[in-house]
Ligand binder design. Structure first.
Ligand SMILES: [Zn+2]
Ligand SMILES: [Zn+2]
Length: 283
């Protein structure tokens, strides 16, 4: 694995030692419970109970498009991606890895992290994302993980910065530096708030939202010539990844990939027929 040092010490991962220590202590003191449903796991040693593990098994590890992350049958994929990707030009990244479709129990973990402040869900999600990434040949080329930044107004509404937590956990697991090279330049409503929205509307919502960090060592100098991987929790239309990628490309990134926890299910997905129950998305 390529774990090249960033150009600045400020770009190195900054795992919260105190937070991790606190979680480790609480893990040792509190009974082991399922991260998804909260059921006590008498034997311990697992993040989820047998029932939730079976539910994970039903939705994870299905084939998906390496460009848009939709669940697609293997026979419908080629090196250019799925049928839509072969006919659309919105995906401006070289490849994407995902843990699974945005369905229970994956969605329950994400909702718990984003809206319930359950920070230990980030470790579980990162574990699943790391497994997905290890199946991608390009992981060896990735020199830095770049979290999708959260606007300070959104941060005040949420109990944690979920994309940053995911990236910190991934960086620790994969031993790849975390690079906070992108900042929010403009506030925009969450993409998940739009229950029904055209692709154009979702792209318009995040247009111009991102810019290079102004902090010393985190701007274009840390991005230029590097292969980077954007990290986010959910992809719906791809608009956010698209916008972040534009900034990174303009800054001279050599190659850009993305890693996400889940991809929303859209009509035509293989998964949509398997389980039509959508995940709860709080307002
Ligand atoms: Zn469970
Ligand atoms: Zn595709």
């Amino acid at each position: 694995m390529n774990a090249a040092e960033p150009s600045s010490a400020a770009a190195l991962p900054r795992p919260s030692g105190i937070r991790r220590l606190a979680l480790a202590v609480s893990d040792a003191v509190l009974p082991q419970t399922c991260a998804v449903c909260g059921t006590w796991i008498p034997s311990g040693g697992s993040r989820a109970c047998d029932g939730c593990l079976a539910s994970f098994e039903a939705i994870l590890w299905r084939s998906y498009c390496h460009r848009c992350a939709r669940t697609i049958r293997p026979e419908s994929l080629d090196h250019r991606g799925c049928f839509r990707c072969r006919n659309e030009r919105i995906w401006n990244i070289a490849g994407i890895a995902r843990a699974g479709p945005y369905m229970h129990p994956l969605s329950t973990l994400i909702v718990g992290l984003k809206y319930g402040g359950r920070e230990r869900n980030a470790a579980y999600l990162a574990e699943l994302m790391a497994e997905a990434l290890c199946g991608r040949s390009w992981l060896a080329d990735v020199e830095a993980l770049v979290p999708v930044p959260m606007h300070w107004r959104r941060r005040m509404q949420r109990s944690c910065n979920h994309a940053l937590l995911l990236t910190q956990e991934l960086a620790r697991r994969l031993e790849i530096p975390l690079l906070r090279g992108i900042r929010r330049a403009r506030y925009a409503p969450s993409q998940m708030r739009f229950e029904v929205a055209s692709k154009a509307k979702l792209f318009e919502n995040v247009k111009g939202c991102f810019a290079l960090s102004r902090l010393a060592g985190l701007g274009w100098r840390s991005v230029r010539g590097r292969t980077v991987c954007i990290v986010d929790n959910i992809v719906r239309s791809g608009a956010t990844i698209h916008e972040v990628s534009k900034v990174l490309r303009k800054a001279g990134a050599k190659r850009i990939y993305a890693a996400i926890a889940a991809r929303t299910v859209v009509p035509g997905d293989m998964q949509a027929k398997i389980d039509a129950v959508p995940a709860d998305v709080p307002p």
